[in-house]
Design a protein around this ligand. Sequence first.
Ligand code: PSU
Ligand code: MN
Length: 303
Amino acid sequence: MNNLIISPEVKRALDENRPVVALESTIISHGMPYPQNVETALKVENIVRDNGAIPATIAIIGGKLTVGISHEEIDYLGKKGLDVTKSSRRDIPILVSKGEDGATTVAATMVIASLAGVKIFATGGIGGVHRGAEVTMDISADLEELANNDVIVVCAGIKSILDLGLTLEYLETKGVPVIGYKTDQLPAFYTRESGFKLNYRMENPMEIAKAIKVKRELNLKGSMVIANPIPTEHAMDNKIIAKAIDQALEEAKNLGIEGKETTPYLLDKVQKITEGKSLEANIQLVYNNAKLAAQIAAGLSKI
Ligand code: PSU
Ligand code: MN
């Protein structure tokens, strides 16, 4: 397929069945401010390497679905920020046909990772069912992708800008297991606990790799969400973050923010309200997820 470009390093690793970890690019353009976004994206790649896997940051560059973008391209997307098109599954054919750039969400990154044959993907948080979705119907395309695409996603749970309970229900309906890594609870991104109990808990990367292998052998469609709590030393105070999120939601409502602008607006607002504390937590949890994803990928290539 001539619209898919896989970097030589990633291609070689895939051909040799060595571990590869996919990384998204909306988190770079829309999830964090410059220059922290670029610094984080580059460090995440190093963490993946330090843990025995090859990083494959994914984006649409000049209409090409690119797996393993260069450091210059990471810098370009980070600087361009909100001016890059945030692209989910629906945006892919349009951007490719027009030859434009796109920063890929969890959903679009899974689509492209799957085309390239990358099996594991690390990010910060997934999209989900928004609060008030019973009226707005705002449900992230990430969830439908998790239902249908077998790329495994490692994240720090679900951010409470969303309705965590409804998001878990959606995943249950679609047959997507949510596995707590060394936890019984769904982590809530900035905090380790949400009060929502998970059905499955696993203690090491190999245990997770084995479950992934079985899922693939049985040809069960859909993903698995590996929910990895933020390290204790970086977790935020429950009350502070809950208050910031409520305030951000209120302001979004007053401004009439909707559609694909909602998630980036809320992320930015929460960062501003917490004066950067939530940004630091966000960065640390992404590092933590990159490490676990690399370990799972390494485990998977051994069995
Ligand atoms: N949640 C985060 N950080 C992020 C995102 C979500 O904590 O950067 C981004 C991801 O790229 C995710 C997207 O796929 O937002 C979801 O957007 P929407 O809700 O519009 O589907
Ligand atoms: Mn939405």
